[in-house]
Design a protein around this ligand. Sequence first.
Ligand code: HEC
Ligand code: HEC
Ligand code: HEC
Length: 459
Amino acid sequence: MKKSKLLILALVLAVVVVAVYRISNRPPSAEYTPEARVAAILVQGGCLDCHTKDAEPPFYADFPIVGKVVRQDIDSGFRAFDIAPLYEALVAGQLPRPVDVAKVEKVALDKRMPEPKYYLVHWGSQMTDAKRDIIVEWVRKYRAEYYADGVEGERAGEPVRPIAEPTDIDARKALLGYALYHDARLSVDNTVSCASCHGLNTAGVDNKQYSEGVEGQKGGVNAPTTYNAVYNFVQFWDGRAGTLAEQAAGPPLNPVEMASTSFDEIVAKLEKDRAFAAAFEAVYPDGLNQANITNAIEEFERTLVTPNSAFDKWLKGDDTALTEEELRGYELFKKYDCATCHVGANLGGESYELMGLRRHYFAERDLPLTEEDNGRYKQTMEERDRHRFKVPGLRNVELTWPYYHDGTRATLSEAVADMAIYQSGVELTEEENAAIVAFLRTLTGEFEGVKLSNENVQE
Ligand code: HEC
Ligand code: HEC
Ligand code: HEC
């Protein structure tokens, strides 16, 4: 064959290849429901090949070099994100979890997944503009349906949501819960109450790295705030309590917190206080016992929500509620993936996430590893859960120093800088850090109509 013929053949071949590649990347047909289209995009994109527990390595995983890369991708892909619950919800016609939705939205917006080394081999898997748009549109629809919180217009699609006023509170139970929350008789030597570590005037925390229980004993983990804890999908850093009532049964008997030996011991003390016992029996006919005590505390904690922050006003349509810098901070908060873990009304508390997703946090920390550093692993003994923690909510976060489960970050600015490094893989400029901190300060809300403050002063 002549050279020119060869060239034409090569050109034709190239055009055909490009055409086939483009056709293979066509988005799923508009005949299907938005959910089915998103599910199809995930299958096409190979997302399930790298982000599920039982992802089967393909046959070429046995090849040297390529095989190693493939196995590493599957390991670190599943370590970063488990897509199965979202995919299964889509297929079953159920609403997936907001955190999973936020993660898929973000990688679609950035066209970060799948990576070129995957989509150039697996034709049809590339995240095109058209596929991205299908995902983004579905996410908007999903949020409007999932959060019936009255946010309208362009902000209805935001990953962060306003806090609602508490409703359906049984005021009589909550009042008893308030009293118990402040009652040191729940502790063995009548010195420590819930409020000692979660003071209402100190933003629901004690501002100490580790809390001090009876006789000044120290625990091994930082105390989260009780404000807005009702929004957490589980309680404690490792999620070992499913409800606030279950949580409230813990501290009274915890040897380094309140150190009572049993609820019977607590009940016996409270029953000697006839006035209190009578008030209690008026609301709970079967009287003082563990279930009723923790139920009352839970009812009280359900009132500990902080609506009406500047940020919530903005979400609800008040354009004057935020300064330019605060708004820029929110944009950066979304840009740098923060809002893929810190989502919803409490900006967190909805999932367990790895501490050190992008860089090994614990290897670089100056403290020896502790049992508490294992996080969720303590409960499940599953390797994937090591160093995975329930994401803390960020409401009122300017008041709840020091930060992280180990209380090692004294200021909000440090906490933000290190989140960016360890979780998002970016180093923030000073201006970016200041803007994000300014945004986080707009999350301070009101309790019983008064803006939350903290009697403690940050050093
Ligand atoms: C070839 C394997 C592979 C495929 C296919 C793949 N991912 Fe990933 N994914 C990874 C790896 C590895 C990581 C973690 C490291 C990283 O981010 O580079 C990751 C990280 C993620 C994360 C966590 C956030 C982040 O950026 O680290 C999300 C969310 C995600 N992928 C979603 C998807 C979605 C959605 C698809 C399909 C459209 C997909 N992935 C396809 C391997 C894959
Ligand atoms: C000695 C200090 C101390 C006392 C007293 C104490 N707590 Fe806590 N609280 C903590 C610490 C520390 C944690 C975190 C423990 C963990 O996650 O393992 C915590 C966690 C919690 C949480 C979970 C919040 C979240 O975001 O996961 C709630 C709710 C809570 N406490 C409520 C209470 C109630 C109610 C009482 C009284 C019955 C109480 N605490 C007594 C220190 C204390
Ligand atoms: C992969 C999920 C993930 C991403 C992304 C993420 N965070 Fe976090 N964030 C967490 C977890 C988990 C913790 C708790 C870490 C610990 O206690 O060791 C946390 C803790 C925090 C805290 C401390 C809260 C407290 O009460 O101790 C702040 C502030 C924070 N994150 C802000 C941010 C900002 C700002 C970004 C973006 C730059 C970000 N986070 C990105 C998961 C994430």
